[in-house]
Design a binder for this molecule. Structure first.
Ligand SMILES: Nc1nc2c(c(=O)[nH]1)N[C@H]1C(S)=C(S)[C@@H](COP(=O)(O)OP(=O)(O)OC[C@H]3O[C@@H](n4cnc5c(N)ncnc54)[C@H](O)[C@@H]3O)O[C@H]1N2
Ligand code: MOO
Length: 404
């Protein structure tokens, strides 16, 4: 059964079960997906603190201080970061204070060291304007009970730091989906084998394992199988703890295109076996015991596009993400796209900004067995179905990939 891309995406996304969560050391959490909604159990900063090295004092007393009309005060305390004040300030006094140290009671401002002259215990304030602004108030960033970061958020550097602020040393994150990869084809040899006539190296498993990792999942490389139903089924059955099973090759209609037969033999319910996109038209999807099986084309570019359009959203949803589509923008073709398009087509491309224009052009030849153009691509041009050749200057829709 051949289906439209959007239908295929819906079928698969509706079958996704979100992974369970696990606790992981915060140091290992970068790019994991947060599995809990985190609220603040404290105010932050936890105390009024100084943003400067200088003198804490009563701001009103120095507001008019100038080099010609300085205000002289007595230093009565020294408060390092990590320390606590021993006393409060009063008119005529100031406390030497370091950046990050708690403000002494009664102080309403801080004057930076550069605007003072220090002589023993005496400090002369040369400029006190704005001293009252130099305070970071308790709770100005976070307040007790506030929702700080929600379940499903990707843990970027900012989230890592914030979880540390909150003492979340082992936050809950979603387990990474485990994705089994099998390369099928009697012509396929492992990457470290010398080439012999008729054979080619397995590039798909490596390309796809990178795509799997980028989608936040974990690859289990099950190896290569020749065009043999038993051999392919055996490999797929060998990884019962995986959540998604991907094969490449054998997805089309040739005598050795066996993935349909493999699904029958294994009792996998076929959901569809063709999707109307180019490249990547031959692609099987099936389900058995809640596990998703995808039979991608052997052609590298076709496998990569099928993964991008069908598998990536599934893995993103399974990983606990709340959104799984990449950003799309409009851009203007800087080079013509000369092919007529039947089924919706995805073209590896480079996109860049010139002044206020966003331009895009194919990143190289686009054969379905070719990979060079994928190497330098930071975008995919989406060419709608039944499009004529497109001249320079045509506005096109572009999917932004991670930068390359
Ligand atoms: N009569 C028809 N023939 C073909 C059709 C069709 O509709 N009717 N569709 C074509 C399209 S489109 C594609 S795409 C391919 C899909 O073929 P398969 O998915 O069955 O893949 P294979 O035939 O096994 O391999 C295709 C190609 O890719 C190479 N390959 C396979 N595995 C790997 C790997 N792991 N690493 C690198 N390269 C790999 C393989 O050697 C072939 O050259 O079918 C068309 N034919
Ligand atoms: O549909 Mo094939 O996947 O042209 O490349």
């Amino acid at each position: 059964m051949s289906v439209k891309l959007e239908i295929a995406q819906d079928i698969l996304l509706n079958l996704v079960t979100v992974m369970l969560t696990e606790r992981v050391a915060l140091s290992e959490c970068w790019r994991r997906i947060l599995g809990e909604t985190v609220r603040s159990d404290m105010d932050f900063p936890p105390f009024d603190r100084s943003p400067l090295d200088g003198y804490a004092l009563i701001a009103e007393e120095v507001v008019n201080a100038t080099p010609e009309n300085p205000v002289c005060l007595k230093q009565i305390d020294y408060i390092p970061a990590g320390g606590t004040p021993n006393t409060s300030v009063s008119f005529g006094t100031a406390c030497r204070i370091m950046t990050g140290a708690p403000l002494p009671p009664v102080a309403t401002g801080v004057v930076r060291l550069e605007d003072t002259i220090v002589n023993g215990d005496n400090v002369t304030i040369l400029d006190g304007r704005g001293a009252d602004k130099n305070i970071c108030f308790r709770g100005e960033e976070l307040f007790t009970g506030e929702e700080i970061v929600s379940e499903g958020t990707i843990i970027n550097a900012g989230v890592m730091g914030m979880l540390a602020v909150l003492g979340k040393s082992r936050p809950y994150v979603f387990r990474k989906p485990r994705v089994a990869l099998v390369a099928t084809g009697s012509e396929i040899i492992p990457v470290d084998f010398p080439l012999v006539p008729g054979k080619i190296r397995n590039s798909n498993s490596y390309m796809l394992s990178a795509q799997v990792a980028e989608a936040g999942a974990q690859t289990i490389l099950l190896g290569n199988a020749s065009d043999n139903v038993d051999e392919i089924s055996h490999l797929l059955e060998s990884a019962s703890d995986c959540d998604v099973f991907i094969t490449t090759g054998g997805a089309s209609v040739g005598d050795y295109d066996l993935i349909g037969e493999v699904y029958k033999k294994m009792g996998i319910t076929l959901l569809f076996d063709r999707v109307s996109i180019k490249p990547g038209m031959p692609v099987l999807a099936g389900i058995r015991d809640g596990k998703i099986y995808l039979g991608l084309s052997g052609n590298p570019a076709a496998a990569a596009i099928s993964f991008e359009q069908l598998v990536r959203p599934v893995l993103m949803k399974m990983s606990g993400r709340k959104t799984w589509w990449r950003p799309r923008i409009k851009a203007v073709l800087a080079a013509p796209f000369k092919k007529k398009t039947g089924a919706k087509r995805f073209v590896w491309a480079r996109c860049w900004q010139t002044g206020t224009d966003i331009l895009v052009e194919p990143s190289g030849a686009q054969g379905n067995g070719m990979l060079k153009s994928a190497m330098g691509a930071n975008a995919l041009i989406v060419i709608p179905e039944n499009s004529p050749p497109l001249p320079i200057g045509t506005e096109v829709e572009v999917i932004l990939l991670a930068d390359a």
